[in-house]
Design a protein around this ligand. Sequence first.
Ligand code: ADE
Length: 244
Amino acid sequence: MRLHIVTIFPEMFPAPLGAGIVGRAQEAGLAAVHVHDLRDFAHDRRRTTDDSPFGGGPGMVMRPEPLYEAVESLQLPEGSPVVALTPQGAPFRQADAERLAAEPVVTLLCGRYDGVDERVVAGLATERLSIGDYVLTGGELAAMVVVDAVVRLLPGALGHAEEAIADDSFTSGLLQYPQYTRPADYRGMSVPEVLLSGDHAAIDRWRRNQALRRTLELRPDLLAQATLSDEDRKELRRLGWSEN
Ligand code: ADE
């Protein structure tokens, strides 16, 4: 998969995207991340990409021409997603990561200043995504979040841990169950007995129930969308859940 990032701060990207699973996926040829300097598409000698807003007011707005010309230079395939990262976007969810991971080419546009000319949204971006209800200084960190969440889903990216995707928080619609490793006792806190039992059916049921319990406690909003068996519902009711 190819990922294009358009930004006025290309220097922000190499370290976060060069390390760990995302770095390894690039070395293995599973993902190619291309970072493009928006200033290369500016029209003046000072490489300006912003201007003051029509109608007045504080702050600066990103001009449309460099963004349009940067994206046109990529010669994207027809229908390829062009995502504008902005706090006004739809919330970025695991389902979006899965959808984007299935695309051969994805382009991410990083906004800066106090916004981006609305004609970029109207005629260039195919969608807007936000990574949360807070305002960052720009879309760069949000683009890194999207790349990370997408690249780890590419077949082969996680290596041995591939099955882990099914147990991820959100993939299943529930938060992940608690995990433990050695030592079995640490500072008076011991690992739940069942995990040491070798009884895999019992371990699966315990993990499922823990995922249900944790989701009910911390993110009850997720339960409405989760795929639940009759047994899951029974357990949730036992824990005090009332559907609706
Ligand atoms: N740019 C600034 N804040 C953002 C956010 N929360 N998500 C995506 N892009 C942003």
